[in-house]
Design a protein around this ligand. Sequence first.
Ligand SMILES: Cc1ncc(COP(=O)(O)O)c(C=O)c1O
Length: 395
Amino acid sequence: MAKLTDETRARLKRRSRLVNLGRDAEFSQGFVNVPPFRGSTVLYPDVATLKARAQRFTYGTRGTPTTEALSSAWTDLAGAAGTVLLPSGLAAIVVALMTSLSADDHMLMTDSVYSPARAFANKTLKRMGIETTYYDPTIGAGVAALIKPNTRVVFTESPGSETLEMQDIPAIAEAAHAQGACVIMDNTWATPLFFSPHAHGVDMAVEAGTKYLSGHADLLLGLVSANEAWFERLHACVHLMAIPPGPEDVFLALRGLRTMELRLREAERQALALAQWLAGRPEVKRVIHPALPDHPGHGLWKRDYSGSSGLFSIVLKPASEAAVAAMLDGLELFGLGYSWGGYESLAVPVDCTATRTATRFAPGGPMVRFNAGLEDLEDLKADLDRGFKRLRATV
Ligand SMILES: Cc1ncc(COP(=O)(O)O)c(C=O)c1O
């Protein structure tokens, strides 16, 4: 690492970059990791430097060696011009929207969006005079017909984190750019390791680092990467708001980065094996996983993605609420809780029939969303098998 030349660094393949990005042995006095820098005040050597802010770090809210290590590594992985860090994934969504929208603007937002992002649009943005129209996530190039003269943002999330519709991001980006609108994507499911957002036309890509970058369900973090056209505006917006993430969280996220590809590949393997097993269960009506050939968006996934993560859903055959609760309440390995992307398996009931406004989502039975963790697959299947017995035994 200490001997890595710029020439070698530029040629490194991704796995080597994941190990080396953001590290500086000389700066870290030989220690392998950049430590969590804590601080508000940054001292200047003299008045002239202070007045000109002519040094690498100027104030605690404006970045530290730890945040710079993570943001520069993420910029490289995402193929971006730059990245800003926020204290949560939702804060990252908010900052991307605050960067690109002003009073009297219009936004198009996918109907499959993470519901707190919808709430921010419907409440805060509405109060600021910004109108949002929801669109069918599978609309593709058809989004062009919904663009108005004041449409400034087309917000995408692919796949949707509950219902997993795939979006045709290049087609949406082409239509949006033709009308001068900015394309924002929530890319948390795939991460830049499985989908390169900016190479597919996304201007600002949001990642809830809380999920796979952390990988251990013990921190909250958001990242927004941007292309050349948007990074300066994004950077200016976030610094005017001064909402940096905590130093310990950034340090842990950097640690997570080193093993992210290994964990993601394993989550992919576990999720696919579980999804295939679930597809054969008599209690399951449908498995919703973009990497399975029967998913309506499978072609888009195959065209644009290099992998799938550990989050997928199933639709159960019609069953009572009590039966689904009996199934989930008794699970011993699958936890019942939101967030995802950690090493532990989760199962949560989801119901988005009431939140949709542009499309009707009627799966024909109760839905359960799974986060595939790293436990032994046979143990996970046995836990679910006992759950299905409880489901069948409850009316
Ligand atoms: C797709 C997606 N985006 C963003 C977020 C928000 O992340 P955070 O929990 O860090 O605010 C979540 C959280 O569940 C999510 O699922």
